[in-house]
Design a protein around this ligand. Structure first.
Ligand code: THG
Length: 263
């Protein structure tokens, strides 16, 4: 499973502070720890920086690229910031995210053609948050067709059926899992991804919910997850589930995880 490390998110106060103060040490340390814990991408969310997004990405991306051997997931809805980020990234970044919203397609498609990133597609369009898994599947289908026409390889597309907090809507977990199942069945050539921690917003003992949710999603074939790789329990759940589902030949990853200090 592909892990996208979620810790460098500007919605967290410590991260916002570090980005505003250009605190290299903090950012590098957070990113390196996530890489060491098994992340394949580091998500860098700068949405809370508002008018300072472009300059912040131009500073932070080369810094992190120099210090890490894994690429970044550039997490912003702002087209100017996305353009600046993709252009300074060098090597294939992960664009987080495209959606079925007309404005977003118009702004991001030229960047996708020019920079050729991998792409996360949120199952969301101008009609707002979908209320059914069929609607999510239809957005996913439309976007895969559109990207396919632009020459994007299916292996570079990650469909994100949107994880919403069960504290707000108790059916949100089930809606996500149903959409995931439909996308896996009907669009088997593309990958799937989810922001696992969204499910537990506002609730106590979030880690228990995140872990349980991840296991349910893995059972339905989730290919990639945005999560906190420094949470040992969730990483243990990733490795245990893959071993139990027969996705870990000779249990190499499971045993490697145990051997690297996770007894
Ligand atoms: N899909 C895609 N991208 C996403 C999301 C998604 N990016 C953002 C988000 N959702 C995934 N990232 C986070 C990052 C942090 C938290 C949740 C999701 C989070 N953090 C704790 C908090 O804010 O309270 C901080 C805990 C701490 O301080 O350690 O909850 O769904 N494509």
């Amino acid at each position: 499973m592909i892990i996208v490390g979620e810790r460098l998110n500007s919605s967290r106060r410590s991260v916002l502070k570090a980005l505003n103060r250009k605190d290299k040490k903090y950012l590098i340390d957070q990113a390196k720890r996530q890489e060491k814990a098994g992340a394949s991408y580091i998500d860098l969310n700068t949405a809370a920086l508002l008018d300072k997004e472009v300059q912040t990405l131009k500073w932070a991306i080369p810094l992190l690229r120099k210090e890490l051997s894994i690429p970044l997931s550039i997490d912003t809805p702002n087209p100017e910031a996305m353009e600046a980020g993709l252009k300074i990234h060098k090597g294939q970044a992960l664009l987080n995210s495209l959606s079925g919203e007309a404005q977003r397609i118009k702004a991001f498609l030229p960047l996708i053609k020019e920079c050729r990133p991998r792409i996360i597609v949120l199952c969301l369009d101008d009609e707002g948050l979908p209320e059914t898994s069929d609607k999510e599947l239809s957005i996913a289908r439309k976007m895969v067709n559109l990207l396919d026409k632009e020459g994007v390889k299916h292996k570079d597309i990650f469909i994100d059926p949107l994880v919403r907090p069960i504290g707000v809507d108790q059916k949100a977990g089930e809606l996500f899992l149903a959409a995931l199942e439909k996308v896996k069945k009907n669009l088997p050539s593309v990958s799937t991804i989810a922001g696992v921690s969204n499910v537990s917003f506002g609730l106590p003992r979030r880690k228990s919910l995140n872990r349980g949710f991840l296991v349910l999603a893995l059972q339905r074939g989730l290919d990639a997850a945005i999560l906190d790789p420094l949470d040992k329990e969730i990483m243990a759940a990733v490795h245990s589930s893959e071993a139990l589902l027969g996705k870990d030949p000779s249990l190499k990853n499971y045993l490697g995880f145990i051997r690297s200090g996770n007894r």
